[in-house]
Design a protein around this ligand. Sequence first.
Ligand SMILES: [Zn+2]
Length: 381
Amino acid sequence: MGNTETKVGSSRRDRPSGKQSRKGMGALCAMPIVPEPQLPPDIGSGRLSLIRPHLHKWVNGTVLRYYFFDRDSDGEMVQFEDGTTEWRSWVGSGVEMDVVRNAFRQWKALGIGLEFVEVDSRDEAEVRIGFMDGDGAWSYLGRQILDIPADQRTMNFGWDITNDIDTAIHEIGHTIGMSHEHQNPNSGIVWDEEAVYAALAAPPNKWPREKTYYNIIRKIPAETIEGSVWDPNSIMHYPFEAGLILQPEEYRSGLNPTPGFSQRDKDWVRAFYPAIAADEYEELRPMQSQSLAVMNGQQRNFVIRPTATRYYNICTFGASDTVMVLFENENGDLRYRTGDDDSGEDRNAQFRVKLLRNHKYVLRVRLNYADRADETAVMIW
Ligand SMILES: [Zn+2]
């Protein structure tokens, strides 16, 4: 992605009409191709299976700020095969922005611990949303968006989503760390691969083979999947026309997920990002270690109220893989300060950070893996 000055577009007439089109494959989400982070090769498979599902996901309670591009200069010049060029804006219509806002509300309404807040500055937004026509619908996966420069999109809607909130819900699903469900290695799907490549090479998608491979044919590594069950009704599953799926046989005539969230979508997101009750926050005081004492994959939440303005060290102890993130509480608004993730490494998550007297901070520690959870702790000093 990126605001390269020119790139080869297809034709001006391509206006995909939404994923529900009945004949042929409708326009589909295409995630940007990003290499998976490398983990040390000597990690055992048990440990790997506990780290992998968390690599792209947020600590629970994270406030994700989203922003809609709004300047005349926000857009890209596209070049067509006939050599002509055209300016394509990233700025959306009020109606389409409302669809996206509503999609964020629908995720939150499931009762999850993540927060979504709209902001009017790209510089304080983790999620930056464009509506560039013809550029497809896509989002980066979870924490990948932190690597995208502030003047770049992390999410795009390339066709009119006025009546297509499911596409907005689907892209937000990627932003919170969900992969494509039809790439679940447990699906048992056997593709007619050449038919799939041909279907996606046709309008409105016009995908090159590598995009089709990355978004459909490729199986997500088994160790990144929680649970073993395939959910063909997931909001993260594409519809498929007849003739693309060879197995399971019942889908040879096509697969159409039911609209909206499936029950498994709801169950998964509530389990991974449960609501956080006020009494789950314990105070973390200097030099008093707190045992993490949670199961692998679970999270502890602490408040820190410094009595002196100075630099502090915050560190986890014990053989563990943890994601540790510090937020400052500004009148109830949690602002990201710093974070560390030691997953797959032989060190502990830690940072040194200046904290201000009489300010309030929240520390979230997600324990991905520990040899012995009861010997894992966090301390500030
Ligand atoms: Zn997608």
